[in-house]
Design a protein around this ligand. Structure first.
Ligand code: UDP
Length: 489
């Protein structure tokens, strides 16, 4: 269909890999169901994507029944300031410069003949809902963490009767509706008083303050995975699980559109050369950086496990971090590959992968679950700790490492956990559970499955509202020639 005749959705994402990936997957899914979708984030994120992928950013790309395009906004960074990418600086800049930049972007769409009829954002950019609502545009949210973590924050922000532990050493544990009891080490660490990332806590709390502005809160999860939690939230907040977005059926064009911020190394051929179920895939996502001591312990643990491995180690971010010890690369070259970034979706689906040693970011957790791969959970902070609890104790697909006093995870523990998940007495049971979730995930996103029905309802609502808007504008004799969304779309 002609671009100008499609209802136009603007999706705006926080510029980190863990947010870009699910939001881009959602954008593709919405487009495939007959919408025009503009994907947006900061210009810096746009440049990184352009360098790392083959996306054709300047044209609108047909996907299924709709189309998608990219348009980025400037948060006006001082590129000469070496600290401009620091989290606090980024948050401050986004909050200060983001609202006007996104409002201008919305205005520009109308001027160019494709008025925006819905804006969808994701957590960490709470002001986007305000900008869109002020412009009289329908809004939605994609919650990119689990329903369990949503519940934890929901009660943290809305229920003053619940007592939360202040530190990891506290004896207070938390019981929330639909959830297992959470010990201090299982609660999203941004809720602890000891949390060093205060700007993240603030931004999440702010999101919960204006969340009612969203017509729907979609969540990157699926009903079968988190049913008791979703049901317990009914009447308080209604969540629409629409995931796993990675698994959604997509056509060939949409598979070539990628959201990587770094170029992937070619490691699939290397995986091809190994036996099924023989390789441990190790990655701690896009943000976590281990200190030298912890990196050394991990290196020893991986070496001592005697297993083949594919390890993603991003270049050391500053001179305090030394990166991987040289001895490790020399001594393990024959049975391991170390890369700075990889195509994780493909890696997890590769038959030679036996287990995923992960930091338990929610995307990595979902990708592992929907690929049928058991995990060793090595969470660091934020929602990762809650995800690790669920992966091990609720979804039953793996184990979580135990830290020594002082929070160092020893080489012996790294080795023990890998052995347990790959070849221990419970390994088969964990693999069975992982396959069970893989099948349930595929079912949820298949045509007519629980997630597919939810996303279809969102698309129908967007089309309906866009059509009504058109009717009002025609009625008032206003921009009849600009708002070209047909009444029966
Ligand atoms: N990822 C990737 N290649 C890598 C490492 C990670 O493509 O080498 C992707 C991964 O598939 C996931 C995202 O980066 O979609 C990381 O998100 P997650 O929520 O797991 O962790 P975060 O990076 O936000 O801590």
């Amino acid at each position: 269909m002609e671009e100008a005749k499609l209802a136009h959705v603007l999706v705006v994402t926080f510029p980190s890999q863990g947010h870009v990936n699910p939001v881009l997957r959602l954008a593709k899914r919405l487009a495939s169901k007959g919408l025009l979708v503009t994907f947006s984030s900061t210009e810096e994120a746009g440049l990184m994507m352009k360098k790392a992928t083959d996306n054709k950013a300047s044209t609108s790309i047909p996907i299924g029944k709709g189309k998608m395009r990219f348009e980025f906004f400037s948060d006006d960074p001082d590129l000469n300031d070496p600290n401009h990418t620091d989290l606090d600086a980024l948050m401050e800049r986004l909050e200060k410069n983001g609202p006007k930049a996104v409002a201008d972007l919305i205005d520009r769409q109308a001027k160019e003949g494709r008025p925006v009829s819905c804006v969808i954002s994701n957590p960490f950019l709470p002001w986007v809902l305000d900008v869109a609502t002020d412009a009289g545009i329908q809004t939605g949210l994609l919650w990119v963490q689990s329903c369990a973590v949503f519940t934890a924050y929901y009660h943290y922000c809305n229920d003053p009767t619940i007592k939360y532990p202040a530190t990891l050493e506290s004896e207070i544990s938390v019981e929330l509706p639909g959830m297992p009891v959470l010990a201090p080490a299982d609660i999203p660490s941004f809720m602890l008083e000891t949390n060093p990332y205060k700007s993240l806590t603030d931004v999440i709390v702010n999101q919960f303050k204006n969340i009612k502005k969203a017509s729907w809160v979609m969540v990157e999860s699926f009903m079968e995975l988190e049913r008791p939690i979703i049901e317990a939230l009914e009447g308080k907040a209604s969540l629409l699980p629409i995931g796993p977005l990675l698994k959604s059926p997509q056509d060939v064009e949409s598979k070539t559109i990628r959201g990587d911020l770094w170029k992937s190394a070619d490691c699939i051929e290397w995986l091809d050369s190994h036996e099924p179920g023989s390789v441990v895939y190790v990655s701690l996502g896009s943000v976590v950086v281990l200190d030298n001591e912890q990196l050394e312990e991990m290196a020893w643990g991986i070496k001592n496990s005697g297993r083949k491995f594919l390890w993603v180690v991003k270049p050391a971010p500053n001179e305090n971090e030394k990166g991987l010890p040289e001895w490790f690369l020399k001594e393990t070259a024959e049975r391991g590959m170390v890369v700075p970034w990889c195509p994780q979706e493909e890696v997890l689906l590769h038959p030679s992968v036996a287990c995923f040693f992960t930091h338990c970011g929610w995307n990595s957790s979902m990708e592992s679950l929907c690929s049928g791969v058991p995990v060793v959970g090595f969470p660091q902070w934020g929602d990762q700790v809650t995800n690790a609890k669920f992966l091990a104790d609720v979804f039953s697909v793996g184990v979580r490492v135990k830290a020594d006093k002082g929070s160092l995870v020893s080489r012996e523990e790294v080795e023990r956990c890998i052995s347990e998940v790959v070849g221990g007495p419970r390994a088969e049971e964990m693999k069975k559970m992982a396959i069970k979730w893989k099948e349930a995930a595929a079912e949820a996103v298949s045509v007519g499955g629980s997630s597919d029905r939810n996303i279809q309802a969102v698309v129908d609502d967007i089309k309906q509202k866009a059509a009504n808007l058109h009717a009002i504008k025609v009625d008032n004799g206003v921009i009849n020639d600009v708002c070209t969304i047909p009444l029966t779309n």
